[in-house]
Design a protein around this ligand. Structure first.
Ligand code: ADP
Length: 252
């Protein structure tokens, strides 16, 4: 087990967001976290990264999360937030190189090896031609791919992604989901939030659904079915199957 959280509760001031949530992530999972807007998906990611402090117990590789430093967590888990604005005119290469920060000393500089890793990570996601472009001037979808490259350069085998599909055109959405599956085969583990049952059906092996501050469904992909989707979102759908893939279509 990579990550195991038990009885997690969290409030922003008086606003209770999560109530006694249990969560786990296994080696090699692509886990899709689903739930309505504002149900606490991002908050749960931040709790599991140690950014938000909750009650309950969280173990990362069997050790209390609190016993890890920020840098130690960053060596294990890369986080791609929903909005990743980088100030100043950093190049794409610089942004990916920043992924090496957890691996260098406080006053050390990047080594040639760090630069080589940054470049090969950009190549891995097919973005090497963007190396010298200014990050703030590329499209949202391109930024998403750059952040994946940065996560790879970080050398963390667990990647958390908050709505990674946002802003990607249709072709890039499919390429992106396929990329996740390729990385899964190479030993990466993903926890991602999504609003699209179709994407969860295509690219994940496990799902967790949050409703009213609690875990509403947690399990294998079969749990993402007509009944659970209707109860989660209040819409009627039908799951159809073609060429070995499942799709979710609304029934009006
Ligand atoms: P989701 O990712 O599922 O859309 P979030 O985890 O972002 O939900 O937010 C859960 C709830 O907590 C929402 O109602 C949101 O408005 C509230 N919330 C999120 N961040 C803060 C914050 N920093 N301060 C106060 N309330 C917050």
């Amino acid at each position: 087990m990579i990550l195991e959280a038990k009885n997690i509760s969290f409030s922003y001031g008086k606003k209770e967001v999560l109530k006694g949530v249990d969560f786990y992530l296994k080696d090699g999972d692509i886990l899709s976290l689903l739930g309505k807007n504002g149900c606490g998906k991002t908050t749960l990611l931040k709790i599991l990264l140690g950014i938000c402090k909750s009650s309950g117990e969280i173990k990362l590789y069997g050790k209390d999360l609190k016993s890890y430093s920020r840098k130690d967590i960053a060596k294990l888990i890369a986080y791609i937030p929903q909005v990743h604005k980088i100030p100043f005119d950093y190049t794409v290469f610089d942004v990916v190189l920043m992924g090496r920060l957890p691996h260098i000393g406080l006053f050390s500089k990047y080594s040639q090896e760090d630069r080589d890793i940054a470049l090969s990570s950009l190549k891995r996601v097919g973005m090497e031609s963007f190396t010298q472009k200014i990050y703030s001037k590329i499209s949202g979808g391109e930024r998403q791919l750059v952040f994946i490259a940065r996560a790879i350069a970080q050398d963390a085998k667990i990647i958390f992604m908050d709505e990674p599909i946002n802003g990607l055109d249709y072709g890039n959405q499919i390429k992106f989901l396929k990329l996740l599956k390729d990385f899964q085969k190479e030993g990466y583990t993903f926890l991602k939030t999504t609003h699209y049952p179709d994407h969860a059906l295509y690219a994940s092996n496990r799902i967790t659904m949050i409703k009213d501050g609690s875990i509403f469904k947690d399990g294998l992909l079969e749990e993402l079915n007509e009944k659970s989707i209707e109860r989660l979102y209040g819409v009627d759908v039908e799951i159809i199957q073609k060429n070995g893939y499942k799709f979710c279509i609304p029934t009006f």
